[in-house]
Write a protein that binds this ligand. Structure first.
Ligand code: 5AD
Ligand code: SF4
Length: 520
């Protein structure tokens, strides 16, 4: 879609009478057959091979989501529970599904015995994430036996994998519903089919669909909010399943994002996190305009909301414009999560990360120069196929050289359908585990050292609620994303306050609220 078409689409948003001229049928009136026709078959199991193909077809933006009249009250007097696995994108998808189910009349519950519908919003990134879900499906079998009317659904990234769908079809026939990441807006119709039909309902689209803008959201909390800025990933790092499960890169229009952030600010939210699998590719799919993440952040910088974060970055697309904009500070926070994955240029090459160790270090230098106070954190994979001890040591030395203050570290997990899964691997599992431990020791040491520097300092904390371990203690994060625990009246929840740090631990700080504390 070119810019003119996007503009027309935008105007249409404000003029519902015109909608039909673009869309022959509103989304809510489309049936499964319509969708099947669109995808050129009746039932197709998901296919990673077709998911891999990046088509040239336009991505349309819809503003006409609504729950069909006959489905609207279907959940009256009933309850739903959604279990979420994996990343923030999934957390946010869960908020959307919760919004849709609420509009259908369902109420949310945290007690599985009370639930009439349970959805598992799954993650496919590593094998252990998948094992957890299969364990949970196994546990729910007994509940389903006790309560045959319970609707049990599996959605999210695992549903996009053919092997997972086949396994559920063969071994877990008590599951009622399987749908994927591309057709969340079909939830009302799918739940209706699952309630009234006899067969398991499986609707997984291998290829991404359009962007649906006006989906309802039931956000978790009223202080921090997730905001999607783009969907999908075109990077195809050789170990990663995400480009297959989340489809091609599609950016939301800046005006839609800005409107959402403005609304959140008006509702009193204090922090937004802009989400995408590779946010630095934001806007690269716009055909007739040049508008990247830097430009978007520059616009959001002007909005009166105290804190703005973004995740996740890819070093390859992290450009000077973004650095220049972030350096303005203000509501743009001093924390950059910049996954490096490995410190060895040879491994990075086989991972298809498309940068070298040197190029990554240059980027870090640039960021440090422009934002001297920024915290840098990262993601690292150890035990990539055939990783040598020397290559692993390059990762250790890079961690030290950059001085990361935190890192999510993982043992490589082969994902069926990805290029790396086909590689011969000569690294035994005990060596991988030992490398992970050595890496974690360095990361923990650096995290603790970075925390030590805060002792005696006064920091600004967004008070987010009770601390995890002690309900009498409140917790929140600093600008630089450090977790702080301190005693304070509950009336400070949702405020940004000043706290004096009294004690540093490896992953959190203890502090005391300063009396004249409130900052905003
Ligand atoms: N094995 C291990 N870790 C992985 N990640 C992605 N794919 C895999 C895999 N196959 C990690 C990367 C990524 C993070 C979200 O998960 O470090 O940045
Ligand atoms: Fe996966 Fe690489 Fe895309 Fe990140 S950038 S989601 S690691 S393919």
């Amino acid at each position: 879609m070119n810019e003119q078409q996007r503009k027309e689409m935008n105007q249409i948003k404000d003029n519902p009478a015109d909608k039909k001229s673009v869309e022959d049928k509103p989304l809510s009136e489309k049936t499964s057959e319509d969708f099947a026709k669109y995808f050129e078959s009746t039932y197709q199991p998901p296919s990673l091979k077709s998911a891999k193909k990046r088509g040239k077809e336009d991505v349309n933006v819809h503003y006409d989501f609504e729950i069909p009249e006959d489905i609207q009250g279907i959940g009256e007097g009933k309850k739903f529970l959604i279990r979420t696995y994996g990343c923030q994108m999934n957390e946010h998808d869960t908020e959307v599904m919760a919004g849709i189910l609420s509009e259908m009349g369902y109420e949310s519950t945290t007690d599985q015995h009370e639930a009439d519908i349970i959805l598992l919003n799954t993650c496919a990134i590593r094998e252990n994430a998948e094992n957890k879900v299969f364990g949970e499906i196994g546990h729910l079998k007994a509940l389903k036996r006790e309560k045959p009317d319970l609707i049990l659904g599996v959605c999210g990234c695992m549903s996009q994998e053919e092997s997972v769908v086949n396994r559920i079809l063969q071994k877990h026939q008590f599951v009622d519903l399987i749908f994927g990441t591309h057709n969340i807006h079909r939830l009302p119709q799918l739940v209706q089919e699952a309630i009234f039909g006899k067969e398991m309902v499986v609707e997984v689209w291998s290829k991404e669909g359009d962007i649906v803008e006006n989906l309802p959201r039931q956000r978790k909390g009223n202080i921090k909010a997730w905001v999607n800025i783009m969907y999908g990933c075109d990077k195809f790092c050789t170990y990663c399943i995400v480009p297959y499960t989340r489809g091609k890169e599609r950016s939301r229009l800046p005006e839609d994002i800005i409107q959402e952030v403005r609304q959140l600010a008006a509702q009193g939210y204090k922090e937004v996190t802009l989400l995408g699998q590779n946010v630095n590719a934001y806007g690269k799919d716009f055909e007739d305009r040049t508008f990247g993440l830097g430009d978007l952040m520059n616009e959001i910088h002007k909005i009166d909301i105290p804190r703005v974060r973004f995740t996740t970055s890819h070093p390859r697309d992290f450009d000077d414009r973004l650095i220049e904009v972030l350096a303005q500070g203000g509501n743009l926070l001093d924390h950059i999560h910049l996954p490096v994955q490995s410190g060895s240029s040879e491994v990075l090459k086989i991972m298809a990360r498309k940068y070298t160790r040197e190029r990554y270090l240059e980027l870090v230098d640039k960021i440090r120069e422009a934002m001297p106070n920024a915290t840098l954190t990262t993601d690292i994979i150890v035990g990539f196929p055939n990783e040598t001890e020397e290559q692993f040591q390059e990762t250790l030395s890079l961690v030290e050289e950059v001085g990361f203050e935190g890192a999510y570290t993982f043992i490589y997990s082969p994902r069926e359908g990805t290029p790396a899964a086909k590689m011969q691997d000569n690294v035994p599992m005990d060596v991988k585990k030992e490398r992970l431990q050595r890496l974690n020791a360095v990361v923990n040491h650096q995290a603790a050292q970075a925390m030590k520097k805060y002792e005696g300092e006064i920091v600004e904390v967004l008070v987010e609620g009770e601390s995890k371990k002690n309900a009498d203690v409140l917790a929140g994060h600093t600008h630089r994303n450090k977790l702080v625990n301190f005693r304070a009246p509950r009336s400070t929840i949702g405020e940004i306050v000043k706290v004096k740090i009294t004690n540093a631990k490896t992953w959190s700080l203890d502090g005391e609220l300063l009396e004249t504390a409130e900052v905003k």
